[in-house]
Design a protein around this ligand. Structure first.
Ligand SMILES: C[S@@+](CC[C@H](N)C(=O)[O-])C[C@H]1O[C@@H](n2cnc3c(N)ncnc32)[C@H](O)[C@@H]1O
Length: 252
């Protein structure tokens, strides 16, 4: 490994808190995984709840758009403690990409309340004890996220924050082209808001990553994506990263 690869490997271990500990095993069974997830991510020190395979894939997407000269910034919608967006900024830095920035969009006050009439599955989870009491609805404030970027020496002018609900911030955000668009807002409405307001800014050859496409137990994310793709006649096949995360590449 060269120095850049070593740095990014160490960074990913730090962001996932897997330098010593191992990440929760999604194949260990539902109950075991749920307990391990709570302890490792929510109660633990990890700065991202993404498993390593998704961080490796995110890095590969960014390096691919840099190599092929696909124009545009990188955006994550739904950042929690900021870890995946921190990796985005680190990959730009490692490759000397000074002309692109990382957009970090989040309410910075956690998940929105789903419409129970339209999305009963999501609403039941939102009001249930796990998401409400244990996850604190994934609320992490903007100052805490900025402090995490700063802790890694990666809070600078190439990181832009969009605080607020996606439906309010994204339509008017001063974003130009995007080369990598990472959706991690869990819910149907959150995912759809991002697709409606951001997909047209994705450059040909750019990547659209949907973290929760396979998260069918407590979200309707898949339906939001399938509906949008059908409406827009998007025929590029979706490719599976792991059990829950999928992506496609815009042709061009
Ligand atoms: C699963 S977490 C994101 C995990 C993160 N990408 C990581 O690296 O660990 C989901 C995030 O989406 C945010 N979110 C969900 N729906 C949103 C919406 N409609 N507007 C703004 N933020 C939203 C929540 O505040 C939360 O921080």
């Amino acid at each position: 490994m060269d120095n850049a690869a070593l740095y990014l490997d160490l960074l990913k271990k730090s962001l996932t808190d897997t330098l010593v500990a191992t990440e929760p095993d999604v194949d260990a069974g539902r109950a075991r995984f749920a307990v391990d997830f709570l302890n490792h991510y929510i109660r633990g020190r990890a700065v991202t709840m993404l498993p390593r395979v998704r961080l490796d894939h995110l890095q590969a997407c960014i390096e691919d758009v840099l190599r092929r000269g696909v124009p545009g910034d990188l955006l994550e919608a739904g950042v929690w403690r900021g870890g995946a967006a921190i990796l985005m900024r680190a990959v730009l830095k490692v490759h000397g990409a000074a002309d692109r920035c990382v957009w970090a969009a989040d309410s910075f006050q956690g998940l929105p309340e789903p419409d129970a009439a339209r999305f009963p599955k999501e609403a039941a989870a939102y009001h249930g004890p796990v998401v409400r009491d244990a996850y604190h609805r994934l609320a992490v404030g903007l100052d805490a996220v900025k402090a995490n970027f700063a802790a890694y020496g990666l809070l600078d002018g190439q990181v832009r924050f969009l605080p607020g609900w996606f439906k309010d911030t994204l339509p008017h955000a001063p974003i130009g082209r995007l080369a990598v668009l990472r959706l991690d807002g869990d819910y149907h409405e959150s995912t759809r808001d991002c697709l409606v307001h951001l997909y047209d800014r994705l450059s040909p050859g750019g990547y659209l990553i949907v973290d929760d496409y396979g998260e069918d137990e407590w979200t309707d994310c898949r339906a939001a994506v399938d509906g949008f793709r059908a409406e827009r006649g998007i025929a590029e096949p979706m490719v599976q990263v792991d059990r829950r995360c999928w992506y496609w590449r815009r042709p061009g």
